[in-house]
Write a protein that binds this ligand. Sequence first.
Ligand code: ATP
Ligand code: MG
Length: 571
Amino acid sequence: MTENETNRNFITEIIDTHNESGRFDKKVHTRFPPEPNGYLHIGHAKSIVLNFGIAEQYGGLCNLRFDDTNPAKEEQEYIDAIMEDVKWLGYDWGDRLYFASDYFDQLYDMAVELIKVGRAYVDELSPDEIREYRGTLKEPGKHSPYRDRSVEENLELFEKMRDGGFKEGEAVLRAKIDMTSGNINMRDPVMYRILDAHHPRTGDKWKIYPMYDFAHGQSDSIEEITHSICTLEYEDHRPLYDWYLDNIEIYHPQQIEFARLDMTHTVLSKRKLIRLVQEGHVTGWDDPRMPTISGLRRRGYTPESIRNFADDIGVGKVKGVVEMHKLEYHIRDHLNKVANRVMAVINPLKVVIENYPEGQVEQMDAVNNPEDESAGTRTVPFSRELYIEREDFMEEPVKKFFRLAPGREVRLRWGYFITCTDVIKDDDGNIIELHCTYDPETKGGQAPDGRRVKATLHWVSVDQAVKAEARLYDALFTEEDPESDPDKDFTEFLNPDSLKVVDPVYIEPYIKEAKVGDRFQFERLAYFVVDPDSTDDKLVFNRTVTLRDQWKKQQKKGGKKGKQRQKNKRK
Ligand code: ATP
Ligand code: MG
């Protein structure tokens, strides 16, 4: 599916039913509600594309709302990064930027209302006791001895909580629901806790903070969200959100849960991503190996490729793991259309063309992008001394190796046909140089007599080549599922070869114009993007993705093990 087609899924079916029944006056108003306690990852991208996409599809609106109810873990840096990422993905929340913390006064009033109707109470059990009284999946919970306090006493104590009369952990406000409920979320959940923390937006105004569950549903209600789309973990919280809305008697959005995105060879939990950053396993949140949006951006991913990926995997109710090669398929597909080609040599072998005049440089015409005529053409300098890729030569070619070998003729892309005449070695027998001849009649890569060659190689001219650094990235984890072994920490599966730096690589001079963020295909090698670490003196390139799918092979190798891991996980 492409992004222009209309996406149909179980969520649009629900919306259509509402539109038919007139439940929300045919309005569609969604929101993306991140907690600013980390950078966004590809899973969040799925949620962003879904929420903004559905609003767009129905001519509705989508808000950006920060669920900033936990001051201990939240930072302005995350707020800024999240806004940048959502914008970069191509979405616009207009003037609808909200913060749950903007609703703290209203939420406080709602809590007071629940106290007044006898449906909330101040509990002075310790956190451990609260846990103990809650019961288990098999055992019902027990009533707190503080459960039947009078409304007046509760009002007074809640004010005391607000005014700093209790210390952290000494008191909480709880909803009075049902300590025997089969749904543990309904066993008198905590609504407010005391936190001695500075909030990035409300500063030191509040000593008490609403729990996420007490803030989320009401924030949706305040913003008149019609369809509150969230991941499956919140299915069991829905009865609680409904209870709050019904008992406070305010507008009621429809919550709809979908299966969160999970991917192979990475982790998608902020808690784990924070560890990768803090423990120095990666260089930061935007390390190109990270599954964060900022990491993918730095890796060279385009917003289009991520949106297409999200559309392609679709939304459903069934949990599943999406393979990394699906994401790579979409960036390859997009870059093939938009990235200019250049020639670069990563592992050089020098070629001297013996019959080419010394000192002569010819500018050969080259097409920038065969998929896009508007990308135009450029020239590539050809001279007597060139680099080719070492892997493109074999002294004793094996079967099916059609590239350069002694006595064999190949085409140099945009250049000439060359034939290898001599192999030069050092004292240890290592090949250090090839001597070749060229056919002056084959300029541009065509022989007038129509003779054919079986291989076309990329190359660069030694004297004009630009030296640059190339960072070759591979999967961050060796295991398909680094979280599957309960006895091992996921960091034990970090791939020691996830980054290989090659410095220098040699690139044709056209690359001098490149700016940070520009994306190229290094012909026959991979797609690359210019990294912000580049300086005026030296360009740094990140390998975005190889030209061909490298996972297929690996999957075959790891097939049996993969199945075993799945089994372990189920246990
Ligand atoms: P994490 O588990 O990574 O910490 P989270 O759910 O705590 O994620 P939030 O900031 O609360 O992170 O998420 C904002 C929105 O993104 C929520 O609506 C959440 O359901 C959605 N979301 C988070 N992770 C995924 C995922 N892997 N796939 C799809 N949607 C996700
Ligand atoms: Mg969350």
